[in-house]
Structure formats: C-alpha cells, structure tokens
Ligand binder design. Structure first.
Ligand SMILES: NC(=O)C1=CN([C@@H]2O[C@H](COP(=O)(O)OP(=O)(O)OC[C@H]3O[C@@H](n4cnc5c(N)ncnc54)[C@H](OP(=O)(O)O)[C@@H]3O)[C@@H](O)[C@H]2O)C=CC1
Ligand SMILES: O=C(O)[C@@H]1CCC=N1
Length: 271
C-alpha cells in the first residue's frame, strides 16, 4: 500500500536530490516524497526512488505537510506565485534558496509558516550540514518537524538571526566546492610528481576525510593538530610556508566574504 505523502520538493535538481537521497536512505524508500519539477528527465530519477512526481503545481501539493522550496533564487518568486493556490494554513515551508529573505517569501506566498535553511550537498551521503532560521511566528512543533526532516540529511545548526544564513551559505552551503577545489589541487600536484590519478585521488580523499575526523573526534584545536604534523625543519613547514607567504588564510576569508556578499546581492536583486 502506498504511504501518505509528507514532503514536497518544489524543484527537484541538485540540492533537492541530495536532500531526497538522504531521506530515501534513512527511510528505505521515497514513497513519502512528492517532487514538482518542469524537467521530465529530472523526475525520472525521483521515480526510481519511489517518489510521486509532477511537472506543474497541482492539488497533490496540498497533501504534503512540508514543502521544501528548492528552485534557484532567480525562479523563486514565479514558483511561489504558482504554488500559492495549493497552500494550506498548516503547511510548513522550508526554503533552501540562497539570499531570498523570509519577508519576500512571506509576501509572495501570503503565508507565515516559513523556515529559512542553508543545506549542503553532502546531504546525499547523510553527511550534510544545514543551518536554519525560524521567525518568531513559527511554532516549536513546526521547528521540531523541520529539524526532524533535515536530520535525515546530517547535522542541523540553528541560528538566531536571519542575516547569519548568509554566513552559513559562505561556510557550509558553498563550502563543499572549496574542498573539492582543494582536492582537485592536491591531485594535480601529486600527479605532476609522478603518482597516478587513482593513487593521488585515494590519498587526497583519505587525507581530507582523516583530517576532518581528527578535528571532530580528538577534541584538539585544528591549530594544535596542524602543529602536530609540522616537524621542526621538516616537509610540512616547507609547504605551510608557501601557504602563508601566498596568504591562504586571507584568501579563504576573502572568498567567504565574496560568497556572503553575493547572497546579499541576490537578496537585493530578487527579494
Ligand atoms: N547546489 C547546492 O550545493 C546548494 C543549493 N542551494 C539552493 O538550492 C536551490 C536549488 O539549487 P540547485 O539544486 O543547485 O538548482 P537546480 O537548477 O539543480 O534545481 C532546480 C530545479 O528546479 C527546476 N525549476 C525551476 N523553476 C521551475 C518551475 N517554475 N517549475 C518547476 N520546476 C522548476 C529547475 O528546472 P530548470 O533547470 O529547467 O530551470 C531545476 O530542475 C537554490 O535556491 C540554491 O540557492 C542551497 C545550498 C546548496
Ligand atoms: O552557489 C550557490 O548559489 C548555491 C548556494 C550555496 C551553494 N550553492
């Protein structure tokens, strides 16, 4: 027997699929999920996970208590206007859109029960991180429901000011891309030194994952763990010297500021 629909993804692309996959893995099936996306090829993947799908807004949306808004910020206003007729008073909206303010979504939807979140794509493997902000009109029950939904994808951190969602975007939302660039660079450096692509990838991935796990589990600061690797007069200090000389910490800070600034620009341009 088909299970009752519970969650609707509005937009079924990259971020929604990462989140959906987290739910499917945790629940064993996508039968409680409804996905609305205008691309039939995108929907095929969801159908393979057991989800119900639709190409355009329909009454099926009203069957779902939680709606996850997962279209690009540029598409959000038109999408909100198209789904608005199917909203019920108790529908809980979770937005994952970068830069779009709570006030704009409340206005476009004529609805107050909205939670703003910033997830990341490692949700796909249950190792996501989501920052969330709920306004004072959202009940404790709805916040708990949002946290439960998001916990299928990994960790959840609540922030108490909406503006901090831009900082979350600059750290964990966009962050996987920074780490992928670092991994790409490690692989490129190692293959130039003669390791095969496969060997380099295996070592780069294990190094990044191992270092992150050390920070998570040892209770040591990242700075102390870095010092533990850095033998006096050794190889690590030779490498770190280049990173400092070229200003890596400042480069990272500037990059994060650029991401947060872009979120602010999206807000000004789109709502
Ligand atoms: N990707 C990431 O790592 C992260 C993304 N986000 C946020 O997630 C949101 C989605 O991003 P992402 O998944 O990368 O984007 P995608 O483009 O991969 O997915 C959005 C999907 O929604 C569809 N869509 C757009 N408009 C409509 C419409 N009117 N009706 C039906 N379907 C529609 C798109 O179709 P089409 O392609 O035809 O436009 C596309 O399939 C963004 O707001 C982004 O800020 C947040 C955190 C991380
Ligand atoms: O690049 C973007 O705008 C989205 C938001 C965070 C990650 N991807």
């Amino acid at each position: 027997m088909k299970m009752t629909l519970a969650i609707a993804f509005i937009g079924g692309g990259n971020m929604a699929q990462a989140m959906g996959r987290g739910i499917v893995t945790a629940k064993g099936s996508g039968e409680t999920i409804y996905v609305m996306d205008r691309n039939p090829e995108t929907l095929e993947k969801w159908q393979g996970w057991g989800a119900t799908t639709g190409l355009a807004p329909s009454a099926t949306l009203s069957e779902c208590k939680v709606w996850i808004l997962a279209v690009k910020p540029q598409n959000l206003k038109e999408v909100c206007e198209s789904i608005k007729p199917y909203l019920k008073a108790d529908t809980l909206i979770i937005s994952v859109a970068a830069g779009i303010s709570m006030a704009s979504m409340q206005q476009w939807l004529g609805h107050e029960r909205i939670i703003r979140t910033m997830p990341n794509t490692p949700a796909l493997v249950g190792m996501g991180m989501t920052g969330m902000f709920a306004s004072s009109v959202v009940s404790g029950e709805d916040i708990a429901l949002a946290e439960e939904t998001l916990s299928y994808m990994g960790g959840v951190v609540k922030v108490d000011q909406e503006s901090l969602i831009d900082a979350v975007t600059a750290l964990s939302g966009s962050g996987p891309a920074y780490i992928y660039l670092f991994i790409e660079s490690l692989i490129a450096g190692a293959t130039k030194m003669g390791l095969t692509e496969e060997q380099a990838k295996q070592m780069a991935v294990a190094t990044v994952a191992g270092a992150a796990k050390m920070v998570e589990t040892t209770g040591e600061t990242p700075a102390k763990l870095r010092e533990n690797v850095s033998s006096k007069g050794g190889t690590t200090l030779a490498a770190l010297g280049v990173f400092y000389e070229r200003g890596l910490p400042k480069i990272v800070e500037d990059a994060m500021v650029a991401a947060a600034r872009r979120a602010g620009e999206l807000s000004k341009e789109l709502g």
